[in-house]
Design a protein around this ligand. Structure first.
Ligand SMILES: [Zn+2]
Length: 164
């Protein structure tokens, strides 16, 4: 028998605890990845929008979602990736961006979304000392979602969460 005794709000509450495996200080809900839950006669469908196409963390997140629901007694769930509209850093709240900075990742600069194709023009603040005197080292940092920057003042390398 199909278990549909949970309502949408309860499912979202369960899933809002799941952390982004790449940035364990924020949840997938805070990142704006958790889009919706659809309840039908076939069970639960969780709609998820990846922060970056081909982001390797998405497989981990999908497993986390399914096992979280399974722990709550839900086995008839599936995860569907939704690519349109594409994820944007605007879906992150200011407090989420603040958490990224505390974690040592420079939060996306809003206006940089437009300029990402020419990242040298983007003013990225160092999360360690706040200096804007930074330079891009590599287009891809520890994951494809991030670029590697380094600070000219404190000499510290840091990840910049890409705006796209
Ligand atoms: Zn610095």
């Amino acid at each position: 028998m199909v278990n549909t005794s949970f309502n949408k709000k309860e499912i979202l509450t369960l899933l809002s605890e799941i952390k982004d495996p790449e940035i364990p200080v924020v949840t997938i809900e805070e990142m704006g990845m958790l889009r919706d839950v659809i309840i039908s006669n076939n069970g639960y469908e969780v709609l998820l929008t990846p922060t970056y196409t081909g982001c390797p963390a998405m497989g981990i997140i999908e497993q986390d979602i399914l096992s979280t629901l399974q722990d709550a007694g839900i086995s008839n769930a599936k995860v569907t990736m939704v690519f349109a509209p594409a994820w944007t850093t605007d879906w992150m709240s200011e407090s989420t961006k603040e958490k990224l900075v505390q974690f040592g990742i420079a939060a996306p600069v809003h206006s940089s979304c437009v300029n990402w194709l020419s990242p040298r023009n983007v003013e990225v603040s160092c999360p360690k000392c706040g200096s804007k005197n930074t330079k891009i080292v590599a287009q891809f940092g520890s994951t494809a979602c991030k670029a590697l920057y380094s600070c000219n003042d404190c000499q510290e390398p840091f990840d910049y969460f890409k705006c796209h």
